[in-house]
Design a protein around this ligand. Sequence first.
Ligand SMILES: Cc1cc2nc3c(=O)[nH]c(=O)nc-3n(C[C@H](O)[C@H](O)[C@H](O)COP(=O)(O)OP(=O)(O)OC[C@H]3O[C@@H](n4cnc5c(N)ncnc54)[C@H](O)[C@@H]3O)c2cc1C
Length: 456
Amino acid sequence: MARHSGGDDRLHVLIIGAGTGGMCLAHGLRNAGISVAVYERDKTRADGLHGYRVGISPTGARSLRECLSPELFDTFVATCARPPRHFNVYTEKLGRVASFEIEPPEDPGQAEHSVSRMTLRQVLLSDMDDVVEYGKTFTRYEQTPDGRVTAHFADGTTATGDLLVAADGTNSPVRRQFLPDAVVRDSGVIAIAAKAPSTPENRALVPEVALNGISTFFAPKGQFMILHSMEFPWDHDGKVKDGVGGNDAELIARWPGLLYDNTRDYLNWGLSASAGKFPADVMNLRGPELMRVALDMTGAWHADVRELMRRSDPASCFAVRIRTSEPVEAWQPGNVTLLGDAIHTMTPGMGVGANTALRDATLLTRELVAVAEGGKKLTEAVGDYEAEMLPYGTARVADSLAQNGMSGSDPLHRPFIGRIVLAVARTFFRANDKIPALRRRFIAGLREYRGSDAEA
Ligand SMILES: Cc1cc2nc3c(=O)[nH]c(=O)nc-3n(C[C@H](O)[C@H](O)[C@H](O)COP(=O)(O)OP(=O)(O)OC[C@H]3O[C@@H](n4cnc5c(N)ncnc54)[C@H](O)[C@@H]3O)c2cc1C
């Protein structure tokens, strides 16, 4: 059972959505002794299709370290896949354009991590049974004259608190009521993703350096593909693999989350292009039909890449319309606020959607701790959070839309100019690969962006 406001005058926070940002906030608040309840529409902690890879940047890792207990942060680190050691750029024919080495820092709180979305979810739901209520679909809220806020759920129940936090993702029903004019639109790009088991036969289709990192493929017609090799510290039976260090082995062995998580080693690819290049009914297709679409679109690609697609698990294949938020004007702070995709949905272009949600959670935790300690009024703290979150959130949305042809209007998708832009992009990467000064600057720029807490 979730804790409810017990009638005392302690701050009580309601969070809608037990996703990345909502759960990070819930840990931060609970660890600070603030009363918090999370309401999640999924019926159990194992529901949902969360099979994809999420890259946790130094910004995200710092946020997790700040909000989770030290043991749970160590469990997060122990349950990540092998960290990426290279960022690679290929042509669609598997020609090497560039390969940049990512040197992992000693401190896991400052490093890049590869995590399965389902595993991260299970880490964040660990030891939170007294905080999270499942099967609670939020429908609307009501602000009462005593300054409190009541959430209503589809099952007819309600919950009342001092602050309602929308952590309910891209289609946020809280946002629809709170900011009815806010727009989340299609970016004009569709992606198809799937996973192939990481068997020796499938791994043999991928260059060694690509197995050790993140690989991107820039192709004609605005096609873009990303490939991740995910290797976890447990084997096919969920047993800790030989060679996994003592503390990590112990943390994984005693972590109950693995019971809910069927994540096993995989090769994860995602192919994107402008929506017009897909069949009109692509969003209604499933499994083998969807994989057929990806294969039909990549007829001119290297045979090994296509073979990897063919060998993917049809059940893991899904299509997404890439969406992006329009900038929102600042509003008067009150007892409803938003974080993560609910306020700044972004394309996967920069790989920072989850990281920005985690950053929001940490910032809001700090502000609410100031309220609990008597240093700030609630409205002032919420206002300070929003004044900082909105500019960097808006900036991340814009950066993500400008990357890798993630907008349908990007010149990469146009028939003639697209070829020129592709040639320029490849030349840019080749120059950064070959010329040491450019190479250093490129790596430093990437590191700075992914570790940055800058405003914009
Ligand atoms: C294929 C793919 C790859 C990605 N890769 C990356 C990456 O590498 N790096 C990165 O930083 N980001 C990545 N992202 C983006 C990232 O997953 C999201 O930005 C992040 O999960 C957003 O977190 P959130 O907490 O705002 O929302 P979510 O994690 O989506 O959580 C929202 C929660 O709210 C619940 N909910 C919704 N409606 C209701 C309701 N009415 N009542 C109650 N609960 C409700 C949902 O069930 C869900 O649990 C990727 C996304 C995709 C799809």
